[in-house]
Design a protein around this ligand. Structure first.
Ligand code: ZN
Length: 417
């Protein structure tokens, strides 16, 4: 096992660890550790709510999920010799749940969860149809996920970090805060909000204390959105074997990571989210000096996906167009057409005996593919969602025999305000 440069003890809170990570982006968060280009090392990661979501049959914890505390990130990790303008190469050599041999309440973490936030506490992609809080627990066995809350579904994990990125410079942070504040100002009272402004409450900024902490906490960026530094991109194809090229904005690059997922569908539409878990990553880093200019990489990271994703040969796909459920025509709105494609798939799966929330959870957690199939055919964009048929324990294709009916067991836990 590679040297663990950022060890975490599963029995302790994120703030009581040997190294304290961070849950906001700010250039002044000091690096905890330094690695050399060419070095191979391990990093432990907490699940994104630092253990607030439990392996039980109640959704009360998701209803009251403390969004001000996320994401708890491991790092920053400084890379010797990295300078603004470089490209940081990160090879994801391995990634997985907390290893079996570790001790503590989360030891051998053989489970993860998918949640849906209530509209008043974060919402989600289909919050109009699903305004309450829900949770399903997934059990991991031999690399496969199954759930006591969703019968007759199992799939191989496509394990990946939802979030990884380099620290922003002061100038870049200012740019983020200005443009996101301008968006929020267009509808400041919206529920859920249009964006999340800096929030000192519950901010964790590594070893920063006193006046330095207060100043940074007031302007540090929230970790929910992906931005130029990578960040919370939630790309399900960041599996083992992936090579990512991150722009470097500060000396040392200050790489951070977290939000590990056992699996996820394209879009992470449930928001809370994929199959969330704690775990570890083994990484190798290197530098391309001046690479941002050489390769024109300044807007965001580029990457070469890993090659260990499960291979499916058969899919059932659903399409949607940019027309609302009320029949209102929108112009080439791919967000809307993807929502319609997903709702279309949910309607279909209910014919097999699934509840709508079970179907929504399947789309959020299983390795489904989302595609922008058409973006030019005015006025309708066409989005599609591809479901691998092999994840079901029965034939999910339409046939003259009619839909198979699943035998329901435990209800999906739900909670409301
Ligand atoms: Zn996540």
């Amino acid at each position: 096992m590679p040297h663990d440069v950022f060890p975490l003890d599963s029995t302790r809170k994120f703030t009581d660890q040997k190294y304290v990570g961070h849950n906001r982006w700010h250039p002044d968060v000091p690096a905890n550790v330094e690695v050399r280009p060419g070095e191979v090392f391990r990093v432990d990661c907490r699940e994104w709510f630092d253990g607030a979501i439990h392996n039980d049959d109640s959704a009360e914890d998701v209803l009251h999920a403390p969004l001000s505390t996320v994401h708890v990130l491991s790092g920053p990790i400084a890379v010797q010799g990295a300078e603004p303008g470089d490209l940081l190469i990160v090879d994801l050599l391995d990634v997985g749940p907390i290893p079996q041999e570790d001790s503590g309440p989360l030891s051998g973490q053989g489970w993860g969860y998918t949640g849906v936030f209530a509209t008043q506490n974060g919402g989600g992609f289909l919050t109009e149809q699903f305004p309450d809080a829900y949770k399903v627990i997934w059990d991991f066995m031999g690399g496969t996920a199954t759930s006591r809350h969703i019968p007759q579904v199992s799939f191989t994990g496509i394990v990946h970090p939802g979030l990884m990125g380099t620290a922003p410079s002061h100038a870049l942070l200012q740019k983020w805060n200005a443009r996101e504040a301008a968006l929020i100002a267009t509808n400041p009272d919206r529920v859920p909000p249009l964006a999340l402004p800096p929030l000192p409450q519950d901010a964790i900024l590594g070893n920063l204390v006193g006046a330095d902490f207060d100043r940074a906490a007031a302007e540090a960026a929230r970790t929910a959105p992906p931005r130029e530094n990578g960040g919370n991109q939630d790309i399900k194809n960041f599996t083992k074997g992936t090579r990512v090229f991150y722009p470097v904005f500060v000396p040392g690059a200050n790489l951070s990571m977290g939000d590990l997922h056992f699996s996820q569908g394209d879009g992470e539409i449930t928001f809370c989210g994929a199959i969330e878990m704690g775990g570890f990553m083994d990484l190798h880093v290197d530098l391309i000096k001046g690479g941002m200019e050489t390769y024109g990489v300044s807007e965001n990271a580029i990457f070469m996906p890993g090659n260990v994703a499960p291979q499916f040969s058969e899919w059932l796909a659903f399409s949607g167009t940019s027309v609302t459920l009320d029949g209102e025509q929108h112009y080439l709105d791919s967000h809307l057409s993807y929502q319609r494609a997903c709702l279309h798939a949910i309607d279909y799966l209910t014919k097999f005996g699934y509840s709508p929330i079970q179907a929504y959870m399947i789309l959020g957690a299983a390795p489904i593919e989302g595609r922008l199939s058409g973006v030019v055919d005015i006025p309708n964009s066409c989005s599609t969602v591809y479901i691998p048929t092999a994840i079901f324990g029965f034939d999910v294709a339409p046939s003259a025999d009619g839909p198979f009916q699943v035998e329901q067991g435990m209800d999906v836990p739900m909670a409301s305000f």
